[in-house]
Structures are given as C-alpha cells and as structure tokens.
Write a protein that binds this ligand. Structure first.
Ligand code: ADP
Ligand code: MG
Length: 238
C-alpha cells in the first residue's frame, strides 16, 4: 500500500490548465525526487499534497485516507520551502517549537520535542541564538527542525538548497539523506539540480508541462530514458 497516492490529478488556475492527470505512487519511507523544467508544475504538486492548494479533479490519499478536503494542519505533512522564513525576533528554540505552540501543546512537551529535533540536527548548542546570529546552513537546519518537530509521516521539500552556495549544498544534501535514514519518513523533494536528484532519490519523477513524463530509479532513467526529453534532462549536466 502506497503511503501517498496521487491519482489522476488535474489542476486549473482559472482558465489555465496546469496539471493534466498526474499519477504517482509513493511508498512508505521512500525518497522521491520531482524534477522538470521551470513551470512544469512541481511546486503546484507539492502544494496540493500539503493542502495549500485545492485540486481540480482526481484524488490524493495519504495512508488510507483521501485528503482532498483535509486542511493542511490535519494532513500529517510538513513542508520546507526554498526561502526558509524564520521569525527574526524568536530564538532558535522558539522558531523550532512554533508549530507546537500554535497547536497549543503543553510547554514541557514543546521543550522535549524541540530538544529532540535540535539534537538530531546538531542545533542543541544554538537554541538561544537568533536567526541573524546563524550561518546559512544553520538557518536551513532550523527550518528543517521546525518541519520535523511535529513528527510528520511525510516531508515535502521545495528546492530547499537552491539559495545556498555550492559547498553548503553538498553538505546539506548529505545531512538531508542522513535525516531521512534516521527518521525513516517519506520524503518528496523538488529540485532542478540533476546531481541532487541522482544522488538523493530512491525514485525520480520527471515532469513536463503538467504531466509525468517518466518515473524510475535514478540509474533506470539514466540508462533507459523513454524519451529524448528525459534523456536530455537526466543525462546533461545542470
Ligand atoms: P514549477 O514549480 O515546476 O516551476 P509551478 O508549479 O510553480 O511550476 O507552476 C506550474 C504552472 O502553474 C506555471 O505555468 C505557473 O505559471 C502556474 N501557476 C502556479 N501558481 C499559480 C497561481 N497561483 N495562479 C496562476 N497560475 C499559477
Ligand atoms: Mg517551483
């Protein structure tokens, strides 16, 4: 049974049809990477998974549950965006704990879960700092801390590393992979970086113009692209 099932999903923005019957099955614990040219619908698909965008037709299920009409907070999903907006006047601990505070969890529970997230992400020594006192990589880890603190079953990442310099991108790539192994959660990860896709994915979904062009393990796509488009996209350097 797939953890996440995207079944014949369509999306219109007004008269503009941007998604044309997308099907993707995501297994429990799988690291799935979405790639494709700018404007092909990667972010829209993530936002529909997160419940931040209504789907026009089709179904999305998480576990056994069809979530088409389930609000974001009740979906057991956390999303990490490209621009990781931290609250500048809150400490690292307060930033990480914010989703729990919003959910009105007791203070002791918040503290315990913040400490746990901070230890996983090597932030325990930085809990009293403010965002401006952190490096880019540390800020990105705080943003991830905020995502994992709710202990969701599914993580969504929308080009989380694209604002970081090349060296930091490489080390964050390793950190996210380790996080995935440690937590065992399902991850859907959008990138336009082919090396990121090839090295991180269990399964790559190549999208084009609101459709799925091909789905496969990285080496399958590399060795057996079913179209010139996929060959060009997976084979050429970024
Ligand atoms: P990607 O993330 O792959 O670059 P997007 O999902 O952002 O692509 O966009 C897919 C298509 O939907 C594009 O044509 C984009 O212009 C359009 N689009 C995205 N968001 C909106 C919106 N809120 N209103 C209208 N059109 C949108
Ligand atoms: Mg996008």
């Amino acid at each position: 049974m797939a953890r996440v099932k995207i079944d014949n999903v369509f999306k219109r923005y007004g008269a503009l049809q941007v998604m044309h019957g997308v099907n993707v099955d995501i297994e429990d614990g799988e690291f799935v990477v979405l790639v494709g040219p700018s404007g092909c619908g990667k972010s829209t698909l993530l936002r529909m998974l997160a419940g931040l965008e209504q789907i026009s037709d089709g179904t999305i299920s998480i576990g056994e549950r069809v979530v088409n009409d389930v609000p974001p907070k009740e979906r057991d999903i956390s999303m990490v965006f490209q621009s990781y907006a931290l609250y500048p006047h809150k400490t690292v601990a307060e930033n990480i704990g914010f989703p729990l505070k919003m959910a009105k969890r007791p203070k002791s529970e918040i503290q315990e879960k913040v400490n746990h997230a901070a230890s996983i992400l090597d932030l325990a020594h930085l809990l009293d700092r403010y965002p401006k006192q952190l490096s880019g990589g540390q800020r990105q880890r705080v943003a991830m801390g905020r995502a994992i603190v709710r202990n969701p079953q599914v993580f969504l990442f929308d080009e989380p590393l694209s604002n970081l310099d090349a060296k930091l991108r490489v080390s964050m790539r390793v950190e996210i992979k380790e996080l995935h192994q440690r937590l065992g959660t399902t991850i859907v990860y959008v990138t336009h970086d082919q090396i990121e896709a090839m090295t991180m994915a269990d399964k790559i979904v190549v999208m084009r113009d609101g459709r799925v062009e091909q789905i496969g393990a990285p080496l399958d796509l590399f060795d057996r692209p079913e179209s010139v488009f996929v060959g060009g996209f997976i084979g050429s350097p970024s």
